[in-house]
Design a protein around this ligand. Structure first.
Ligand code: ZN
Length: 265
């Protein structure tokens, strides 16, 4: 099973998360037809989501939306603190990939404290990973290095009180492991981490998996939020509705009666 390893190193002044996503991506890919670029982009955003999700606690959730100008690609993912992830790309068969050419990256955090935090940054960098690096610096003021691939990645983050001298050695580590996909193909995740830092301390390892929590009740609640007129049009034109979950392709059927009930006060 894929896993997320949380660790610290350099006298506990650096946080390192490493995630493997090969199996969960394979599972997700079975649901749609993907081009090589589609796989690459989608896989990288799934990896980034799980790395960012490493900081979540209890019922907290995080979602990412990457809207790229090329091919009008939209990638959406959602992750929770238990390592469950779901996501979709609107155009899995896209012909274009990196370098990106503009767009937006939106990170939404539901920290379960009645407030939802949303940050949007422009996709100013050609590589997906560099946009995430920029997000951490700009939005969270934390110096972070992010390496992403479609089968996993690494996040290295400086913690308060770090010795500025370690930045150079971190840059060397990033340079050495820049092709993170190659390492993930060859070595177990734990071995990669241990070879990166000699004073590594593993704090936690959690299984990560593709998981969709959709249900008919959730879609029914969604229907209630649609304008009444829209539902009335469906009722007169089709007399029933079928909705498909973007995340898992599961289909839900709504009968005429259920549709009529959804617009009753
Ligand atoms: Zn679903």
């Amino acid at each position: 099973m894929d896993c997320l390893i949380k660790s610290v190193a350099c006298n506990d002044s650096v946080r390192i998360y490493l995630v493997s996503t090969k199996k969960l991506l394979e599972e997700r890919l079975q649901l749609n037809n993907y081009s090589e670029n589609g796989k690459e982009l989608f896989g990288k955003v799934l990896t980034a989501s799980l790395l960012m999700g490493g900081g979540l606690k209890n019922d907290q959730r995080l979602s990412i939306k990457m809207k790229s100008e090329i091919d009008s690609q939209v990638i959406v993912t959602e992750v929770d603190s238990l390592g469950h992830i779901k996501g979709y790309i609107n155009n899995p068969n896209c012909s274009a990939g990196e370098p990106l050419n503009g767009g937006f990256l939106t990170i939404t955090k539901d920290l379960n404290i009645k407030k939802i935090y949303t940050t949007t940054i422009p996709l100013d960098y050609p590589l997906v990973q560099d946009n995430f690096t920029y997000y951490f610096l700009k939005s969270e003021q934390i110096m972070t290095f992010v390496l992403l691939s479609k089968i996993g990645g690494v996040l290295i983050q400086l913690l308060p009180g770090y010795d500025p001298k370690i930045i150079d050695s971190l840059k060397e580590v990033i340079e050495e492991y820049y092709d993170i996909e190659k390492y993930l193909e060859q070595y177990p995740p734990k071995d990669i981490l241990k070879s990166m830092f000699n004073d590594l301390n593993i704090l936690d390892t959690i299984d990560v998996k593709y998981y969709c929590d959709c249900s008919k009740e959730k879609f029914a609640r969604g229907l209630k939020t649609l304008p009444k007129q829209e539902i009335e049009t469906i009722i007169t034109e089709d007399g029933e509705a079928e909705v498909v979950c973007n995340y898992c392709n599961k289909k839900y059927h709504f009968s005429l009666e259920e549709l009529e009930n959804s617009i009753k006060k």
